[in-house]
Design a protein around this ligand. Structure first.
Ligand code: KG4
Ligand code: ZN
Length: 428
């Protein structure tokens, strides 16, 4: 089964093609091979605004989706497998309907869609998977509208996918394997639950929009047992970075400075809080940490701390910033580690799954790997290059649902209809 994945929940325009086979009843579980995966990041564009500017992000998705799809389809050779060509009049009648509904909101998408001749050829794709949320409403709708148009014009089923479930699934296959190589998706072999069983699993989802501890009894069976009360952990990295004069997205920049501080034995200039670490529950709070960074910088600039007055953050010594970044990262790691341990104390878990953009952080990976090691359970982390948003995880999440269902078409909806998977919608 070939799936086209579409992801536009934030500032990455991402498309992927995967092939899957097998099923829950088979010994090897569900097997997947990546045909191709493309991610167009808008981070440089948003950097000037210090964060994602939704209207700009929506416009960029509208401009980029069609050319990216052409690149994906031509690059994958899927056009050599053309099934049929759509009659121009039929194409026009479908397109006009969408244009009427969407031109006001998405002029860029509509213009590029209309002028793209390759869209008149129907590629050999069995289903289209699109992120339905959570994410930024305007950017999500650009991807959903694009997916609905393709699904209706090509007459291919459309499957809505929860973005956070995508991050879970993104940790269950080896994204470093060369494209085209078949591999089993971890946790999809239901015939032998004792050997290599991963469920029940505890998932820690750490991204720019979410911080969640999730109890997973299987695919689509989720219970959120802890979440942030204010800022997400990635958001805290981004805000702290901005305060330190670092570009968006700030996570990798803070992480780099923190690593340099450790390497050079540079000590933190102040002690930052570990928010809610001793609260006894599984919830998080990161906005106080950002405020503590603000106060530390303010104090340093006003000369009330060890440093004499400086008039702007860029004048603070690099070593001071390194030390603060180190302390910030240590605080986040301690909180994530403690809450994960607490969740593992409370809930039975055969494995630990980490997902979301912050799981690219080396320190976070090390700390959580140690937690799993101490408990004697496997940990599943995404390959670092797919820890951020991508469409592979979206395509795979939908394919797992299809293969795991008894009938291949049980989960496929008629084109254009959108609904959520699972018993619990993550991130809501
Ligand atoms: O999952 P993701 O790509 O997008 C959302 O769904 O939000 O996560 C993006 C977040 C950003 O806040 C970014 O700063 C953070 O992941 N991030 C990191 C690192 N790489 C990305 N945070 C800490 N350390 C990193 N190395
Ligand atoms: Zn994400």
């Amino acid at each position: 089964m070939t799936t086209l994945g579409i992801e536009t929940s934030c500032d990455e325009t991402a498309l992927a093609l995967i092939e899957t086979r097998g099923g829950a009843g088979e010994k090897a579980g569900i097997k997947v091979r990546v045909i191709d995966s493309l991610v167009h990041s808008q981070a440089d564009l948003h950097s000037a605004y210090g964060g994602v500017f939704p209207t700009l992000a929506k416009r960029e998705h509208g401009k980029n989706l069609v050319p990216l799809l052409e690149k994906l389809l031509r690059g994958s050779g899927i056009f050599s497998d053309l099934e049929r060509k759509i009659d121009s009049e039929i194409f026009a009648s479908h397109f006009e309907k969408f244009k009427k509904e969407n031109e006001g909101q998405n002029p860029e998408l509509m213009a590029s869609f209309e002028s793209a001749d390759f869209l008149r050829n129907v590629p050999k794709i069995d289903q289209i998977a699109v992120t339905e949320g959570p994410g930024l409403e305007p950017t999500l709708w650009t991807g959903i509208t694009f997916a609905r148009m393709l699904a209706e014009i090509w007459n291919i089923p459309l499957i809505p996918v929860n973005h956070m479930e995508g991050h879970v699934v993104g940790s269950l296959f080896d994204a470093d394997a060369p494209f085209g190589t078949w591999q089993s998706v971890k946790g999809t072999n239901q015939t032998n639950q004792t050997e290599g069983a991963i469920f029940p699993a505890l998932a820690l989802l750490i991204s720019g929009g979410h911080t969640e501890l999730v109890k997973m009894s299987g695919f689509g069976r989720y219970e959120i047992i802890g979440q942030t009360k204010d800022d997400a952990v990635g958001e805290a990295f981004d805000k702290a970075a901005r305060l330190l004069g670092l570009p968006y997205p700030g996570g990798p920049h803070i992480s780099k400075l923190a690593g340099e501080a450790r390497q050079n034995n540079i000590q933190p200039p102040v002690k930052l809080p570990r928010p809610m670490m001793t609260s006894g529950d599984l919830d998080f709070s990161f906005s106080g940490l950002k405020t503590a960074v603000l106060y530390a910088i303010r104090d340093a600039l006003s000369g009330s701390a060890a440093l004499p007055g400086k008039d702007s953050v860029k004048d603070l010594p690099t070593e001071w910033k390194m030390g603060l970044a180190r302390e910030f990262e240590d605080s986040v790691c301690e909180v994530l580690k403690t809450k994960t341990e607490r969740a593992l104390d409370k809930e039975e878990a055969a494995s630990l799954i980490i997902g979301g953009g912050v799981s690219a952080n080396i320190r976070v990976r090390e700390e959580l790997t140690n937690v799993a090691k101490e408990r004697g359970i496997p940990i599943f982390l995404p390959s670092r290059h797919v820890s951020g948003d991508n469409a592979l995880m979206i395509a795979l999440a939908s394919a797992i649902h299809i293969h795991a269902s008894t009938s291949q078409s049980a989960d496929a909806k008629t084109p254009g209809s959108i609904r959520a998977h699972g018993t619990k919608r993550l991130g809501e």
